[in-house]
Design a protein around this ligand. Sequence first.
Ligand SMILES: NC(=O)c1ccc[n+]([C@@H]2O[C@H](COP(=O)([O-])OP(=O)(O)OC[C@H]3O[C@@H](n4cnc5c(N)ncnc54)[C@H](OP(=O)(O)O)[C@@H]3O)[C@@H](O)[C@H]2O)c1
Length: 305
Amino acid sequence: MAADQIIAVMGGTGSQGGGVVDALLERGQFGVRVLTRNVQSDKSKALAERDVAAVEADLTRPETLEPAFAGAYGAFIVTNFWDPDTRSNETEQGMAAARAAKAAGVKHCVWSTLPNCREISGGKYEVVHFTGKAMVNTAVRDAGFEHYTFVEAPMYLQNLTGMMAPQPVEDGGTKKAWAIPMAADNRCMHVGDVHELGKLVARVFETPEQNGQGRYLSMAAGLYSWQDLIDELNRQGHDIVYNRVSAEAFDQFFPGAAELREMMEYFEEYTYFGPDREAKVAAANELVPGGFTSFADWARANMAP
Ligand SMILES: NC(=O)c1ccc[n+]([C@@H]2O[C@H](COP(=O)([O-])OP(=O)(O)OC[C@H]3O[C@@H](n4cnc5c(N)ncnc54)[C@H](OP(=O)(O)O)[C@@H]3O)[C@@H](O)[C@H]2O)c1
C-alpha cells in the first residue's frame, strides 16, 4: 500500500473522525485529509501541525463535497444528526456525500451507520438518528465503489461524562443518580470509547479485500445494563443510584429527550446493535488486535469518583 494514498475523513475535527485521524496517523499507511466547515478553526490548525490537510466541505452545501474528496483513495463519512442543519436532512446529506466521493474517484468508502430501527421493529420504532443513517446504506452499496464498508459506533462511553452524566442528588452528600426510562437490569446497551472506532476504521482501510465488500462491523467494548455500569462505578468508589423514570417525565428533561427515550425503548427490545449484533461485534473485535477498552478500564481512567 503506497503511503501517498490519502484517506479523506469527514468529521475529522469531531469524536468519530478524530479517532479515525489518530489511528490512521499512528499506523502510517495512509496520508490523511480532514473535511471541515472551517479550515481556520483551532482544530484545523492543530491538524495542520500533524501534517493533516484540512479542506473545506459542508454537508449542507453538496457542491463542496466532490472537490473535497478529489484525489483521495478512501473516504470515511459520518453525518452529525445533532447539528440543527443536518437533523431532518441526515439521509440526504449522507447519500450526497457518498455520491460525491464516488464521483471524485474514491475507491473505498467507509460509512458510519447505525441499525435500521424501523425495519427491525416492523415500524414500531423510528429512532430517526439511527434509521436515517441506515437509509443511506443502499446508496453507499449502489454507488459503484470498488470497496465499501459499514461501521457502527456504540453508545459512546463519553456520554456518561457529558450529556448523560449522573446528576447530583440533593442530599448534601456525594450521591448521584441516573434517571432513565429503562429497566436497570436489561443488558441491552453496546458501549465503547468512541475514539477507538478509529482503530477499527484504520484496519478496514488496510484490508479492503477482506472487509471492503459491504461488510458490517460494529464496535463495542461489551453489552451492559445500567446496573452493570453502576455496580462497576460503585466498586470504583462512586455512590450512584438508579431511578427509573416514566417516559413522560424523561421527555421533559431536555430538548431531544423524546428521541433518546424512543431509542432506549428500541434497545430494551432489540439491543443497541439489533438482532444480528453478535456477528457484527465479533467481526469488529477480530479485526482489532487486543479488542476495545472495557468499561471498567475506561471508567478508571476517565470517571474519577
Ligand atoms: N453519542 C453517541 O453515543 C453516538 C453513538 C453512535 C453514533 N452517534 C452519531 O455520531 C454522529 C456525530 O459524530 P461525532 O460524535 O463524531 O460528532 P462531533 O464530535 O459532535 O463532531 C461533529 C463533526 O461533524 C462535523 N460536521 C458537523 N456538521 C457538518 C457539516 N454540515 N458539514 C461537514 N461536517 C460537519 C464537524 O466538523 P466541523 O465543525 O469542523 O465542520 C465535526 O467534525 C451523530 O450523527 C450521532 O448520531 C453518536
